[in-house]
Design a protein around this ligand. Sequence first.
Ligand SMILES: [Zn+2]
Ligand SMILES: [Zn+2]
Length: 389
Amino acid sequence: MDTKKLKTAVIGEIDSRRHQLRELSLKIHSNPELGFHEVKAADWLTQYLEENGFPIERGICELPTAFRGSYGQGKPAIAILAEYDALPDLGHACGHNLIAASAVGAGVAAKSAIDRFGGSVLVIGTPAEELYGGKVIMADRGAFDNFDIAMMVHPGTHNTATTEALACQALEVEFFGKAAHAAARPEAGINALEAMLQSFAAINSLRQHIKAKARIHGIITDGGQVANVVPAHSAGTFLVRAEDDAYLNELKQRVLNCFIGAATASGARLEYKWSNVCYAPLRNNLTLAQLFRQNMQSLGRQMPLSDPSKGFGSTDIGNVSQLVPSIHPFVAIAPEEVVTHSPQFALAAASEAGSKGLLDAAKALAMTVVDLVANPEIVVKVKDEFAGK
Ligand SMILES: [Zn+2]
Ligand SMILES: [Zn+2]
């Protein structure tokens, strides 16, 4: 069977499973589970894969809701990544239910390509994308070391084959001052809230003079208890983001200097901690993105390689993309004015457009697997690009 016929077969396979895949995505959507607690979702997904001939390892990387399903043994080893965590209060407002169903659908449909040409397809369950960077932990624990390629598709409001995602690290800060009666003895107090407010002012000044794509943003999580006591304690959480690791490191020190300066000025003592999880920027493999794009376009969905008007955040596949040639395209399931992480996007993730996005994503992923296993020279090209050759 040639590549073209195999792609037609793969599309037919996903079409014949469209009710099952939609049901799977809706079941996850109506049972939202937070990061590292995606017990039901991991069960349903692994069960589906197992019923369709994928041996499963559960709880890989010492993460109970992570899993690995594999079909075939050979090279290239192509990983399709599934996410399935939800957001607090908002449920599946990032549409990870669709990522999950498209990943298992693509894996199962790609079996015929593996049977015909060899290689292996792996569906990797990666928990806790939203809050804890599950893939960062999995990457550190070697989960992606033996793969040749990693792919996933995220739902969004634009179709794009590449994604811009920034390096990102979180900072927890606390100021310790001294309580005093705010009117009777203000001179006896050291105001920890003022230290925090000065830090914000210093960061706002800094922001005028940083690179265009860098981001610094934070919240106050403790600003005192009552207005007539000088706050003895304040706390906040900040995120620092940059286009690359080198600039992130530079910026981290400059942000920290804002807090150190405020501590000196106010007399409050500063304590801080950088998060253990550091998101790496996303390296898009353009050879892979072009293949995916062509497959998506053959399904009738126009897909630019990139969309400069699209905003950027950070994602834990960034860390995977530093180890293995990767892509993280977006498939539009809602109009442009709907933002992700909103109740409207949660509705879209259970809509007809959501299902269409899931099926197109599964098809284009499986078709890309066909291209890769049928054309070893393309895999070489993908790897050469990754190696900077
Ligand atoms: Zn997401
Ligand atoms: Zn999200």
